[in-house]
Design a protein around this ligand. Sequence first.
Ligand code: SF4
Ligand code: SF4
Length: 355
Amino acid sequence: MAEKVKMEFDKTFMFHLPRICEHCLNPACVAACPSGAMYKREEDGIVLVDQNRCRGWRMCVSSCPYKKVYVNHKTGKAEKCTFCFPRIEAGQPTVCAETCVGRLRYIGLILYDADAVLDAARVADPRDLLEAQRKVFLDPEDPEVAAAARASGISEDWIQAARRSPIYRLAMRYRVALPLHPEYRTLPMVWYIPPLSPVLDAVTGVGADADDPDNVFHAITDLRIPLEYLASLFSAGDTEVVAGVLMKLSAMRAYMRARTIDGTVASDLLEAVGMTAADIEEMYRLLAIAKYDDRYVVPAAHREDAAALSAQADGCSLDGDGGPGMSEFHPTGLTGRRTDGRLGLKLFVGKGSAS
Ligand code: SF4
Ligand code: SF4
């Protein structure tokens, strides 16, 4: 059967990959901006352009590997996705997430160690970048992490939101969400679940049963083209990582089908992908039938942070003593107010046609 699938796979496959600014942890646009106009808000990790400071140097345009900064030709200034920050501050999801008819997008909060960001971006082998970035993320259930977050001034409702974060579960607990082009080393914060649909289409295309996990598992390992292509997008070319995710998604479909239709528990599937029944059922709830409040866990900004959130220095960075490249910004965009490097960040996952 696998040979047949390979022979039949002569058509290209198609899936949608909604792409917005990655609101990177190590943003190249911030590092490249000579005016200090591009900055990463330490309060919530959103990367923004200070329109008062932007002098139209366009370094951000050429430096962003995701090509997510544009120049407004009327104002001559840089513009980009703002992660709908006024809505995020009000505890609402972004417009593109809320209006997605496929309900494919999720937004949640991640606690991370800001002091570990640069080391993670520097690992020698690009294939180690995924694990390096995962290590930057902190487990919100860990009492030490919670205590450090409190000591950093992160409020209790944000810590609770981090515990309910759909993103933490998809990226860290089930490990099915992957960063887009980790080899760019900007540590992107919009992660994706690779689509299973090219594999399922190929299996059904040769008349095989795509509900039979054996067929799908074999196809995942044998279909070189989609696997290598997906690996080039999400795991710096490591096909094992993508195959592992697709196996989990396939196991989830088969497990839930067996449970709801046949009333059986397919424990062999759980063993094959190293997940517990509780995990696979929770992942199914999150990916297939999650309600609005489960997909978007966005705590509102605090009134006491209002001044910092709207603080944008008036005037241009060139007006004072500093000139291009001399304004006060940190190359990572993480400005100096943090205490012990543990910050909150809202992170977004655009889910592929995985479930
Ligand atoms: S994708 Fe990253 S580097 Fe590009 S504009 Fe967004 S934050 Fe900057
Ligand atoms: S709707 Fe908001 S979050 Fe989505 S791309 Fe536009 S500005 Fe960015």
